[in-house]
Write a protein that binds this ligand. Structure first.
Ligand code: PHE
Length: 333
């Protein structure tokens, strides 16, 4: 009997009710006086006490499935019954597309791959060592404030990674030079959400470690990247900066000008927009990751993908990338 009830349950669940007529027929078959549920209850009465336990539970389940189905159908007006319940109906012609952030990320990855870099990845939930300590950011270091952190747990600190530099720490700790890798991924910072900042965003960070690597190698690479990505006419500049894990450090800016109000605002009136941070990996970071700092040197860089996507597509509000509004996304088909 149990098997029989199971089959009825499947039938009730799968029944397609597209009209009031279907609903009536369904009710008659399962829930009427002479219907299936009632006749099962009549047979139930004749069972032994042991059998009653299991069978009773299943008959009640079947009854509930049928009643829920009818309740649901009633909650929908008969006029739109067809459109709501026919789950097999084809959708409109919009078939979906790659999200603009994924598109930009893929384009950047392809450029670095063509320049000899391979992709590495790591966890989004990190420990303090990989996200901070190994990168020359001991506890209470003021530069930790630059990266407001979401903690998952404290003592020991487990957090959402604030940059994908943590992937590079893992990579360096597990392999020896030559290293030439990029780490794309999602990162998290406890920042107020605005048109220029979000608490979740995407980064691509790069790392190159070998013998005799110099600052000029890095500058060349980043200029080649920017020209491939933005076009040969792009105007760039390098500016000294500070990161705890690189020395010397720099930032690369793209010139947008101040002709439009949007560009004026975005560049805070300077015409220049920062697109990435970079520098020579601090020898202390190398030794933290068991790499011989006497023999090897290297550079690292990191960029925010949303910011680059905003630049490339002329999007003025970063929040649009997270809202999944189809009318926005369709533009990137
Ligand atoms: N990790 C830095 C950040 O998230 C970016 C960076 C990477 C800067 C590598 C320099 C070198 O802001």
């Amino acid at each position: 009997m149990l098997e029989e009830i199971r089959i009825y349950c499947l039938e009730a669940k799968d029944s397609s009710i597209k009209s009031n007529k279907d609903a009536e027929a369904f009710k008659k078959r399962f829930l009427s006086k002479s219907g299936i549920v009632n006749s099962l209850f009549l047979r139930f009465k004749k069972l032994s006490n042991d059998e009653k336990k299991a069978v009773g539970k299943d008959i009640n389940l079947l009854k509930k499935i049928c009643q829920d189905k009818i309740k649901f159908v009633k909650s929908i007006s008969s006029s739109n019954l067809n459109s709501v319940l026919d789950l097999t109906r084809p959708t409109s012609n919009f078939t979906g597309s790659t999200h603009p952030i994924t598109k930009i990320s893929n384009q950047i990855n392809e450029i670095f791959k063509s320049l000899g870099f391979y992709i590495s990845s790591g966890p989004e939930i990190e420990d303090d060592w990989h996200n901070f300590e190994a990168l020359n950011l001991p506890k209470n270091h003021p530069a930790r404030d630059m990266q407001d952190t979401f903690f998952v747990k404290t003592q020991p600190d487990i957090l959402l990674r604030t940059h994908t530099s943590s992937v590079q720490v893992r990579h360096m700790s597990e392999s020896q030079p030559p290293i030439r890798t990029i780490s794309p991924g999602r990162v998290f910072r406890n920042e107020a959400i605005s048109s220029r900042a979000h608490c979740i965003f995407h980064q691509i960070e790069g790392l190159y470690i070998d013998e005799n690597v110099s600052f000029i190698d890095m500058k060349n690479l980043l200029f080649v990247f920017a020209k491939k990505f933005f076009g040969n006419d792009v105007v760039l500049r390098f500016r000294p900066s500070y990161f705890p894990f690189t020395e010397p450090s720099a930032e690369m800016d793209v010139f947008l000008g101040t002709e439009t109000l949007a560009d004026y605002r975005l560049t805070k009136g300077t015409g220049w927009l920062e697109i990435l941070g970079c520098g020579m990996v601090d020898p202390k970071v190398l030794s933290n990751c068991s790499i011989d700092q006497e023999k090897y040197s290297g550079y690292a860089f990191g960029m925010g993908i949303e910011r680059i996507a905003m630049l490339k597509y002329g999007v003025k509000d970063l929040r649009l990338f997270f809202e999944n509004d189809l009318s926005f996304l369709k533009q990137f088909n």
